[in-house]
Design a protein around this ligand. Sequence first.
Ligand SMILES: [Zn+2]
Length: 492
Amino acid sequence: MKILFKIIGGIVAVVIIIGFYRANTLYVDTQYYPENETQKVAVNIDKVTDTFSKAIQIATISKDYPAPVTPEPFLAFHQHLIDSFPAVHSFASREVINNYSLVYKFAGTDDSLKPILYMGHMDVVPVDEDTLEKWSYAPFSGTVVDGIIWGRGAIDDKSTVMALMEAMEITLLQGEVPKRTLYFAFGHDEEIGGSQGAKKVAEYFQQQGINFEFVLDEGGLITEDMISIVDQPLAIIGIAEKGFMNIRLIAERPGGHSSMPPENTGPGILAQAIVKLEQNKFPATAKYTNITFDAVGSHSDLTTRFVMANQWITEPLIISQMLKKQRTAAGIRTTTAVTMLKGSSKSNILPTKASAVVNLRILPGETTDTVFEYVKSIINDDRISYEVFMANNPSKVSSTESLGYKLISQTIREFANDALVAPYLVMGGTDSKHFYPLTDSVYRFMMIRVNPKTMSLIHGIDEHISIDNYVMSIQFFHELLRKSAFDNEAPK
Ligand SMILES: [Zn+2]
């Protein structure tokens, strides 16, 4: 993006000279820098590292949807939590939801305070057989070397589950009792949509009529050298997430021998449809990039500020530059990606049923219905039929004025006072999407520093976390739990 703003710099200079300048390049500085760093709770580093390593060694893999769960690893993971966190298990009431997901309730003494839910997921994505030898250490070994903990789930998302448990264990061992009721919920199938785990957990809470002050799940991180509108590290808190939908395009034809083909085969008809989709992408908007920029814009250089503040004239340029990179393009439009193709089973057989799966990630403001209608109108071919599966609407957008956002952002600043904090739109999906019926305030953040390299390891080869990062995550949660529930004057 930085290059964009340099390029646009010249145009901007001209615009200023010809008098288009509007006096709105100044943003309110929303950053808060505490004078003293928060006292960090003491952590037994060897013990928490060992407990975390063991958690990675349990291969709680979610195979592709809708494969059945392999029970043993999840039950072993449950037992590992029981063995490792005795104070949590003696204080909390614990529910197992749909055999494998977990809910812990830490009852507070003040019923007038609305409960808060902290979430994570126990499952991890599989490791492809053919990538096994590329791993520096076996993916389920939990190897600890030179201050690094290696393995699948080291970041996504066992770090959240284990850091939350460690933070609560420390708090309870200190003899603290919560004023506000807290819940932890750990799903078992987040990586395949959460329909059997988090969704059932959300229904369980709904049956009890529970309404949360806020919900915090995985999602945002502290990014370094990733978002180039500012030079500082940027802690991004997810306040919304895109929707998800698969559409299977199907072309049914008479079939027969390929030596006497028709004018268009099933795959040929599908190919035409796919080209139409790639040539007629969804419209783009800078609306959701702006929520991040508005929070940190005052820390960017003057040119960037001018460009972003004068979108009445610069928006087309911003959009055309953002569309040039996959990562930024995904943030400004509903995306379509054709992922699976199927024809016949033999080279000389015409397929009677050919299919292509289009995976869509839907921007807030659209719905699965509006997106489906758009796809059909672009393809506009009655030889094709459609099947929708795994569809979720985009989430609502949570407020940045709520108690939850304030507590989370303030605590981030206390633990990372070099970082700016900003809300953002999450591109992928998280379990927290199932919780909007239970609160308006859903946030996504994990206290881990990532750069482009470590970010690419999530779901990839050589996923790992530094012990420093993991300990910081525990201390962050310890402080957030204290602020949100254990303080003498827990905020309303
Ligand atoms: Zn995850």
